[in-house]
Write a protein that binds this ligand. Sequence first.
Ligand SMILES: [Zn+2]
Length: 113
Amino acid sequence: MPTSVHQLDDGAWLSVNDTRQINVSDLWWLARHDFCSCEMADFLAEGFVDIGVDYPNIEGRIAGQCIECGESGVTDWLTLGRVVDPEAGRFFGVDPGSVHVPVRRRRLALPDE
Ligand SMILES: [Zn+2]
């Protein structure tokens, strides 16, 4: 069974296999990012912009702002969780409060690159 991944409600929710899994109103702690000039960004997520699957990871780019410096924008790709058992579609979300390192994906051409 292919894993289906969607954003719902204008990017407010990440849905995996038709189950709402992650709401964006979380604070994400970003390291080694170029989102703003803070060494560690306290990033308040406001909406999923892009969602992608890179087995077993579910990845996404999130719009929001750094509550430290006020910079707003869209992050590079963050791992949002992983599908551990594709047959059953079991999904485990990451803990947004732990440290995340956004990555720029190279094998996909992004419109803004
Ligand atoms: Zn900042």
